[in-house]
Write a protein of this length. Structure first.
Length: 132
């Protein structure tokens, strides 16, 4: 009989998407407690309540609730990766990496107790099921 492991509930990751020049994102006025997930050089998901100031006249800043996160300790995230990923995360922290986790495209953010596994919102229930 397979034993199921308790997996914390996946939550909607409420953030704002910034599309701007790489320099504008690098120098943006973002609260210090924000989590900044750099998706591409000119694209970032910022998870924070509070103002965001970007010095790019053509920047796009929009609410983005298209992602869900399983928030876990870094130790728990690393254990999940050992069992559900065919790759090793880099040693740097904080770090955002992308790859397959439990057969699903995911982003993994590793930074102590702020670590999380992130998937597109439509796949949140599937992530919980596959990791339990």
């Amino acid at each position: 009989m397979t034993q199921r492991v308790h997996v914390p509930a996946v939550e909607i990751l409420r953030g704002r998407r910034i599309v701007a020049t790489p320099d504008a994102i690098d120098s943006a006025g973002i609260p210090p407690d924000a989590l900044i997930f750099r998706i591409a050089p000119d694209d970032a998901l910022v998870v924070v309540d509070g103002p965001i100031d970007v010095s790019d006249d053509h920047a796009i800043i929009e609410s983005d609730t298209g992602w869900c996160a399983l928030r876990v300790s870094e130790e728990r995230a690393l254990t999940m990766l050992v069992h559900h990923a065919a790759w090793d995360p880099p040693p740097d922290r904080p770090v955002l990496v992308q790859g397959m986790v439990a057969g699903m495209a995911a982003k993994v953010y590793l930074d102590g107790d702020r670590s999380m596994i992130v998937v597109a919102t439509p796949f949140s229930a599937e992530l919980e099921e596959r990791l339990s």
